[in-house]
Design a protein around this ligand. Sequence first.
Ligand SMILES: Cc1cc2nc3c(=O)[nH]c(=O)nc-3n(C[C@H](O)[C@H](O)[C@H](O)COP(=O)(O)O)c2cc1C
Length: 203
Amino acid sequence: MNILQINSSARADGSHSTQLARTVVDRLRAAATDGQAIALTVRDLGQTPHPELNEATLQALFTHSEQRTPAQAARVALDDALIAELQAADVVVLGVPMYNFGVPAALKNWIDAISRAKVTFQYTANGPEGLLKGKTVYFALTRGGFYRDTPADSQVPYLKMTFAFLGMTDLRFVYAEGLALGADAEQQALVGAQTQIEEVVAA
Ligand SMILES: Cc1cc2nc3c(=O)[nH]c(=O)nc-3n(C[C@H](O)[C@H](O)[C@H](O)COP(=O)(O)O)c2cc1C
């Protein structure tokens, strides 16, 4: 089983989302059957940010590969590497903090990089088709406040739509909410998240 762990907190130390993503990976290892090999790739978008989609990048992407300048080829190769990592993964585990009601810009840049027409999705006579099929995706969501199952949670609908568009439909969410509301609330949120991890990995 190939696991790809994507961290998107800006924090190098003390990130709850990164820690919960690690816990999901540990739980997957523990649940693996005897003899099942597990390979883990970790990409930390906070520590190694992926470049944003700007005009030069769009030009590089829309230039035929044989006509790209060396700089354009190098820029597209950065996105290619992320796509290859994701294609190779059976399981994807993402740590996702809430920043200003959305996903971190670092994660958005990753999503922009992996969403490529004719590679990770395509348009057919029947509409769009995602090409990243057969994967299980875990999201460890961390928030200072409480948003789960309310209209204020713009993260989860966005993540569901984006990942499903790319063909990933087995999506499992773990929430640690109320992390900014004092030590007791934080402790309660983290214990609750551990229980959710047990449940979603076993499901
Ligand atoms: C820049 C920034 C913006 C944030 N925006 C929100 C927000 O909109 N809603 C919320 O509930 N918490 C917000 N928080 C709190 C974080 O979601 C919370 O601290 C979470 O634990 C961060 O994830 P991490 O521990 O993995 O770094 C914000 C934190 C930061 C640093």
